[in-house]
Design a protein around this ligand. Structure first.
Ligand code: CA
Ligand code: CA
Length: 186
């Protein structure tokens, strides 16, 4: 009986030590001065596709998004100074928010993974907040935020954001997350 208890406690401890596999990870912005949570990154696996979903939190929208996923950390494309090479990321999208509705979420699937595989995920996003420059929310800039006498997209507020994780160690603050491919869900 005592042995069973010990086994049960051991199993519980092992269970507690396994990192959360499906939880949301923060998308964080440096905010120039004060860092803030700009959205979330979530993961799913359907048995064939490991899907990364990047969501911006209002009032922020996605302008550019870069996603890359690797089995080996050393395989991320990098530049000479150690910064991640966004142009070589597997998923790249630049949203033309000027002519379309603001994009708040994107998903990209990657194949070649099995449940339980360790996986490295890098996510970068340029985010935009249009609400200050468009005070009446009619889609047109009506506040000259930067004071240049023009009412245009330069009056929006832009920030960069990365998945909350481990710094690549380059000159910029690019980060990657170390996680595990979750159990398949249909
Ligand atoms: Ca307006
Ligand atoms: Ca202006």
């Amino acid at each position: 009986m005592k042995k069973l208890m010990v086994l049960a406690v051991a199993a519980l401890l092992v269970g507690l030590m396994v990192p959360a596999m499906c939880g949301a990870v923060d998308l964080i912005s440096d905010g120039r001065d004060t860092a803030f949570k700009a959205g979330e990154v979530t993961f799913s696996f359907d048995g064939a596709n490991f899907t990364v979903t990047v969501s911006a939190a209002a009032p922020w929208c996605l302008k550019d998004v870069h996603i890359d996923v690797q089995k080996n950390l050393a395989d991320f494309p990098t530049l000479k100074k150690g910064n991640p090479n966004l142009k070589a990321f597997a998923y790249k999208q630049d949203f033309d928010f000027e002519v379309s509705a603001c994009t708040s979420s994107v998903s990209q699937s990657f194949t070649g993974f099995n449940a339980g595989d360790p996986v490295y995920v890098a996510v970068h996003a340029a985010i935009v907040n249009k609400t200050i420059a468009d005070s009446n929310a009619d889609g047109e800039v009506d506040v000259d935020v930067n004071g240049d006498g023009l009412l245009d997209a330069n009056d929006y507020t832009y920030e960069s954001a990365w998945i909350s994780g481990t710094p690549f160690g380059g000159k910029n603050w690019g980060m990657y997350l170390t996680t595990t491919v979750p159990a398949p869900t249909p």
